[in-house]
Design a protein around this ligand. Structure first.
Ligand code: ZN
Length: 1009
C-alpha cells in the first residue's frame, strides 16, 4: 500500500467508533481535510494502538509540520511507543526544540528538585498570546486579587472579556505512572502545529501550561529501572523503593505543608501565572477516571462554585469521550475530596479548578495483557461503557486516552472560558469577603506565644501558600463567641445543671502588640482557613473509607496558639503586612552562665548540634533566675563563647538569657548523640518524612538499611541512638526480619550500574533489596539496647520491637471497632520529670493513624489487660445492695480487701498472689515508664475521624521502656509526619539529646517491695 492509501484505510478503520453528526455551532473534533499529516508517524500510532476503540479522531493522526520537529526526533519513535521512556532531560530537550522551532511555545525553568534537577513549565498558545504573556498576567492578577480593582464587578467583566485563561497540566508526579511525559510532548506538538479548527480554537483562546515531569528525581530513577528491565528481560526487576529524595507516593500529599521542592515549585508557578486550572495526571485506574468529581465528602473549605465546575468539566469529558466510543471513561468513584494535601488542590485552595486523571498505565512502556477485577469492569450508573475484562494494553493506548481527555477538556474549557474566568474572579472575591460572609474574620497568633520558633514555622507554611500575614501595631481586644460545653445535652444530670446555669456568654481576649493576624479578607484566605480550622468527619458519614487523612489542624499539630476570630473588628486593628517572618533570638543580659527556656522547640536540638563542642546541661527541675522562670529541661550553658552562642541563637531564633550565677538546680548533660537512622528496603516512604525533618533541623545521622545492622560488630561503639521510624508497609517480623523471599528469582540490586546511573542519588544502595534485618541483625540491635543504647520506634516499628521481645511489660492490643484515620488526637503528659517530656504542656495534640494500642503490665511476658475506660469493681451476687455486702449464713461477715486501682495507662498494681514467688514480677526500676498518654475518650478527637476511640483513650502514647542498660522508646503516635507535626518533633529530639539520662527523676516507689 502507498502511504496515502494506508492512511485512508486507517482512517476508515478508526472512523467506526467516532460520531460524525454535530450540534449547531459545534466544532468538529479531528483532522481538518486540508491538514497535512505526518504519515510515517501516524502509521506508528496505529500500529501501537491495540484496539480501534482505544483512540479518538483527535489523536489518531499526527499533523505534519515543515519546521517543527515531532517527538520522534528525541524519542527515536513516536510518543507511547513500546520500550521507550524518556528521561526528564530528554523531555526538556524536546520542549526546547519546540521553543526554538515555533513562536507558539516558550519554556520556563521553575526551580530545582532536592537533588538539583531542573523543573520546567512549557507555555503553548498562539504567537500573539505568547508575546503578550506579561500584559495578560497583569489582567489575570487583578482577577486573582480583586482587592486591586476594589471588588468592582464591572471592571472584572472588562478583564474577563480581555484575558486569556491559563490551563496548567502537570505530569508524572508518581514515578511508576510513566505515560504522561510522552503524552505531553505530543500534546505540546499538536497544540503548536495543528491547524484544525478544534485545535486552533484552543491555541488562540487559551494558554496551555505544561510541567511534563513533576517528580524529576523519581522519573530518572524510574527510567533507570525500566532500562534495567529491558536489558534483563527474563528477570524480575527492582521496585522503585525511592522516588524523590525523601518520599514516594506521599509527594502528592504535600500541598498542605509545602515541604518538598516539587510542591513549592508547582505552587509558585500556579500562583505566579494566575492559572485557572491545575490538572494533574496519574495512572492507576482503567482507563480514564476523572477523580475530581470523585465522591463525598468534599473538602469543607472549597467554594461551591468549584464543586459545580468539577461536575461541569468532568461530565463533559465523559460525554465527549463516550461519543468517541472510548470505553472506560468515568467521573465518579472512590476518591473523596476531603484532604487538601493533593498537588492538584493547590488550585482548589487558590480559587482555581483542581483536576486529576487516573488513566491506565503498565508501569513502564511494555505492551501487556491486563486482566481486571469484576468491580473494575462492572457497568454502573456512572460508567455506562465500562472497561473490558481483559485487554492487551500499550503505553500508546494510555497516551491516546491522556491526550484525548486533555484536548476535549481544553476545548470545552476554551469554549466556556468567559464563564470560567468570571468564576475565577468570583471565587477570589468570595474568598476576600469571607469575614462578613461565612467567617472567620481572621486567625490570630499571639505575640506572647512561648513557642515563637514553632509559630514562625507555621507562619512560614502560610507564606509558602502565598497567604498574606500581618502584624498588629498595638494591643487589641476581640470578642470570642460563647463556647458550648462538650457535655451539654448528654445525660440527665447535665441537663438539669444546664437548665439552672446561665447560658454561656461571649468572652473577650486581649492580644499583645506584635501579634500576627492572618486576615481573611484576602484572596487566599481559603487555604489559611483550611489549614488552621478544625476538621470533623462524622463516624456516621456514608463514606466509610476515607481516601487519606481526615484531620490536620496546623495550630494543634505545631503546638502553637491559634485563635479563630469571627469578630470583624479585628480587621480594624492597625497592622502592617510582614514580608520575612523570623523568630527573634540571641543572648540578652549580663553574665557568663547562659540559660535557654525549654518549650519543646526543635531549634534547641539544632543549637545543640551546631555548637557541638559546647557543654550544655538540662535542668531537672524548673528554676527562676534573672527574674525569669525556666521550665524543667531548660538548657544551662557554661564555658561558652558568648559571640558564638549569640550568632547561633540569633540565626535559630532561640532566646538566651545570660545569668550572673549558675542556678542551683540539678542538671545532667545534654549531648549531641551519635545517631543511626535505619530504613528497610520494603518502603522508604514514611521514614522519608523523618529524614526531611532531621535534615531541615541540621541534625546529622548515619543512614543505613536493616541489612547493614548485622555488619556492624559493635553498634554501641559507633552510636548512642538508633532511630527506626515507621516502615508504613506491612512491617511485621516476617517482612522486616526475613525480607522478601530469596529462595527463588534473581537478586534485585539498588545501585548505580550502566543501565541505572540515577538510582542511588544521595540515598542508599544494595546488591539485593530482598534480604531483611535478619536474625543476626535482630541480635545486634538487642545487644545495642542491652549495652546501653537507645532504640526509638514509632507505630509499626514499635509493634515490631515488641513482637521481637525488645521490651518487657508492654503489649499491643488489636483494635475491634476503633477507626482513627489520620486524625489529630489529644494527648496528656503523664510523667513531666522524664527528659522526653521536657518543654511540653500537660495537654497536647498528636497525629494518630489507628494506634497501635499499648497496654502495660508489671509481670514479665504477660499481656497487659485490655481495658475500656474505668474498671468495674462490682461485688459478687448475693443479698444486699451494691454497697451493702453479702453475708454467709451461720458465719460472721468478712469484708473483702479493697481492690487496688490503677489508671488505664498504668500497669495494674502487682497483687499479693503475683508476688508469691514472684520471679516474673518486673522490678519497679526497670518497668516501662509512660511519658504521654492518649486523652480521655471525650477529649480524644481534636480533628478528623475518631470512631470507637475508647479502645485507645487513656492508653500510653509514648513509653520509655528500660531494657538492660539501655532503653526502647516506643511511640504509638507518629511524631514526625508530612511536615505537619512540628509540635511533636521534640519528643524525638528530647530522646536523642537526653539519651544517657532518660532515667532522670524516675518515680520508682509504689509497691516496690
Ligand atoms: Zn498517582
Amino acid at each position: 500500500m502507498t502511504p496515502t492509501k494506508r492512511i485512508a484505510a486507517a482512517a476508515a478503520f478508526f472512523c467506526v467508533a467516532s460520531a460524525s453528526a454535530l450540534a449547531d455551532g459545534e466544532t468538529a473534533p479531528g483532522r481538518d481535510p486540508k491538514q497535512p499529516v505526518d504519515n510515517a508517524y501516524t502509521e506508528k500510532i496505529h500500529k501501537y494502538t491495540t484496539q480501534p476503540y482505544f483512540t479518538s479522531p483527535l489523536v489518531d493522526y499526527l499533523p505534519a509540520s515543515k519546521t517543527v520537529p515531532t517527538p520522534q526526533v528525541v524519542l527515536g519513535d513516536v510518543s507511547g511507543a513500546p520500550a521507550i521512556l524518556p528521561y526528564a532531560e530528554d523531555v526538556y530537550k524536546y520542549m526546547r526544540l519546540l521553543e526554538k522551532a515555533t513562536p507558539r511555545v516558550k519554556v520556563f525553568s521553575i526551580g530545582k528538585t532536592e537533588e538539583g534537577r531542573e523543573m520546567i513549565a512549557v507555555a503553548v498558545s498562539s504567537e500573539e498570546n505568547i508575546k503578550n504573556l506579561e500584559e495578560n498576567r497583569a489582567r489575570l492578577s487583578k482577577l486573582a486579587d480583586p482587592r486591586i480593582i476594589k471588588l468592582d464587578d464591572a471592571e472584572a467583566d472588562k478583564l474577563v472579556a480581555q484575558a486569556v485563561p491559563i490551563y496548567y497540566i502537570t505530569g508524572t508526579i508518581h514515578s511508576p505512572e510513566t505515560g504522561a511525559p510522552t503524552a505531553l510532548m505530543e500534546l505540546a506538538y499538536r497544540l503548536a502545529v495543528d491547524e484544525s479548527p478544534y485545535i486552533k480554537e484552543i491555541r488562540d483562546g487559551t494558554i496551555t501550561l505544561i510541567t511534563p515531569v513533576v517528580e524529576v528525581d523519581g522519573r530518572d530513577r524510574m527510567v533507570d529501572i525500566y532500562k534495567w528491565h529491558l536489558s534483563h528481560p527474563k528477570e524480575f526487576f527492582p521496585w522503585l523503593v525511592y522516588w524523590g529524595k525523601y518520599v514516594a507516593h506521599d509527594n502528592n500529599r504535600d500541598a498542605m505543608g509545602v515541604t518538598l521542592k516539587l510542591t513549592e515549585n508547582v505552587l509558585n508557578t500556579y500562583v505566579d501565572w494566575k492559572a485557572q486550572v491545575m490538572h494533574d495526571l496519574h495512572e492507576s485506574v482503567p482507563y480514564l477516571y476523572d477523580n475530581t468529581v470523585g465522591d463525598e465528602p468534599y473538602n469543607a473549605w472549597i467554594d461551591p462554585i468549584l464543586a459545580d465546575e468539577w461536575q461541569i468539566i468532568g461530565w463533559n469529558n465523559v460525554s465527549a469521550m463516550t461519543k468517541f466510543g472510548m470505553p472506560g471513561v468515568f467521573a465518579h468513584g472512590d476518591f473523596d475530596t476531603w484532604s487538601p494535601g493533593y498537588l492538584m488542590f493547590i488550585a482548589a485552595m487558590h480559587n482555581g479548578i483542581s483536576r486529576l486523571y487516573e488513566t491506565f498505565g503498565n508501569g513502564g512502556a511494555d505492551t501487556e495483557e491486563r486482566t481486571l477485577q469484576p468491580e473494575e469492569y462492572a457497568r454502573t450508573w456512572y460508567r455506562q461503557n465500562p472497561p473490558l475484562p481483559k485487554v492487551l494494553w500499550s503505553q500508546r493506548d494510555n497516551n491516546n486516552y491522556e491526550e484525548t481527555g486533555l484536548l476535549t477538556s481544553l476545548h470545552f474549557f476554551n469554549e466556556n472560558k468567559r464563564m470560567f474566568l468570571k468564576n475565577f474572579y468570583l471565587k477570589a472575591k468570595r474568598s476576600t469577603m469571607k469575614p462578613t460572609a461565612e467567617g472567620p474574620a481572621a486567625y490570630v497568633l499571639p505575640a506572647d506565644d512561648p513557642r515563637s520558633g514553632l509559630q514562625t514555622e507555621l507562619l512560614q507554611v502560610l507564606q509558602r501558600q502565598a497567604v498574606d500575614i500581618s502584624r498588629a501595631k498595638s494591643a487589641f481586644t476581640v470578642t470570642l463567641p460563647a463556647t458550648k460545653s462538650k457535655d451539654s445535652g448528654k445525660g440527665k444530670d447535665k441537663m438539669d445543671k444546664d437548665e439552672k446555669a446561665e447560658p454561656p456568654a461571649p468572652t473577650t481576649r486581649e492580644f499583645p502588640a506584635g501579634s500576627y493576624v492572618v486576615r481573611m479578607d484576602q484572596p487566599y484566605s481559603r487555604i489559611a482557613d483550611a489549614l488552621l480550622d478544625h476538621q470533623y468527619w462524622s463516624p456516621d458519614d456514608p463514606q466509610k473509607t476515607p481516601y487519606d487523612d481526615t484531620g490536620w489542624t496546623f495550630g494543634e499539630l505545631f503546638h502553637v496558639q491559634v485563635t479563630r476570630v469571627t469578630d470583624t473588628k479585628v480587621l480594624d486593628v492597625p497592622m502592617d503586612r510582614v514580608e520575612a517572618i523570623r523568630a527573634s533570638g540571641g543572648v540578652k543580659g549580663d553574665g557568663t552562665v547562659f540559660a535557654i527556656n525549654n518549650n519543646a522547640e526543635p531549634a534547641l536540638a539544632t543549637l545543640r548540634y551546631r555548637l557541638k563542642d559546647a557543654a550544655m546541661e538540662a535542668a531537672e527541675e524548673s528554676f527562676e533566675s534573672a527574674g525569669k522562670k525556666f521550665n524543667r529541661g531548660s538548657f544551662v550553658l557554661r564555658n561558652v563563647n558568648r559571640a558564638d552562642l549569640d550568632r547561633a541563637a540569633s540565626d535559630l531564633g532561640v532566646q538566651v538569657t545570660a545569668l550572673s550565677a549558675t542556678p542551683s538546680v540539678k542538671t545532667h548533660p545534654v549531648r549531641a548523640a551519635r545517631i543511626a537512622f535505619v530504613h528497610t528496603w520494603l518502603s522508604t516512604q514514611t521514614e522519608g518524612w523523618w529524614r526531611l525533618a532531621l535534615d531541615k533541623l541540621g541534625i546529622p545521622y548515619d543512614y543505613m538499611s536493616t541489612q547493614a545492622i548485622e555488619k556492624i560488630p559493635d553498634l554501641n561503639a559507633k552510636y548512642d541512638v538508633i532511630l527506626f521510624p515507621p516502615v508504613g508497609y506491612n512491617a511485621g517480623v516476617n517482612t522486616v526480619v526475613n525480607g522478601i523471599p530469596t529462595a527463588w528469582g534473581n537478586p534485585l540490586p539498588w545501585k548505580n550500574t550502566p543501565e541505572t546511573p540515577n538510582l542511588v542519588g544521595k540515598n542508599d544502595s544494595t546488591n539485593d533489596m530482598r534480604p531483611g534485618l535478619g536474625w543476626e541483625g535482630v541480635a545486634r540491635l538487642q545487644e545495642f539496647v542491652q549495652g546501653g543504647g537507645v532504640l526509638l520506634t514509632a507505630t509499626d516499628t514499635s509493634s515490631l520491637a515488641l513482637s521481637l521481645g525488645f521490651a518487657d511489660g508492654i503489649s499491643v492490643q488489636n483494635a475491634n471497632k476503633m477507626k482513627i484515620v489520620g486524625s489529630v488526637v489529644g494527648t496528656r503528659l503523664v510523667d513531666d520529670a522524664s527528659p522526653i517530656a521536657y518543654g511540653y504542656d500537660e495537654k497536647g495534640a498528636a497525629y494518630c493513624d489507628n494506634g497501635p494500642i499499648f497496654s502495660l503490665s508489671s509481670i514479665a511476658g504477660q499481656r497487659g489487660r485490655r481495658r475500656l475506660g474505668p474498671e468495674m469493681h462490682a461485688r459478687p451476687t448475693g443479698r444486699g445492695s451494691m454497697d451493702d455486702p453479702d453475708f454467709t449464713v451461720g458465719r460472721t461477715g468478712v469484708e473483702a480487701p479493697e481492690e487496688p486501682k490503677s489508671e488505664t495507662w498504668e500497669s495494674p498494681p502487682v497483687i499479693d498472689e503475683q508476688k508469691r514467688n514472684g520471679f516474673r514480677v518486673i522490678p519497679p526500676a526497670i518497668r516501662p515508664r509512660v511519658i504521654f498518654r492518649y486523652a480521655d475518650g471525650k477529649d480524644l478527637l481534636i480533628s478528623g475521624l475518631v470512631e470507637g476511640g475508647d479502645e485507645i483513650a487513656q492508653h500510653p502514647a509514648v513509653v520509655d521502656a528500660p531494657a538492660g542498660k539501655g532503653h526502647v522508646v516506643l511511640f504509638s503516635i507518629n511524631p514526625v509526619y508530612r511536615g505537619e507535626t512540628w509540635g511533636t518533633y521534640s519528643m524525638v529530639l528530647n530522646t536523642i539529646l537526653n539519651f544517657d539520662s532518660l532515667n532522670a527523676d524516675r518515680k520508682d516507689t509504689a509497691e516496690a517491695k
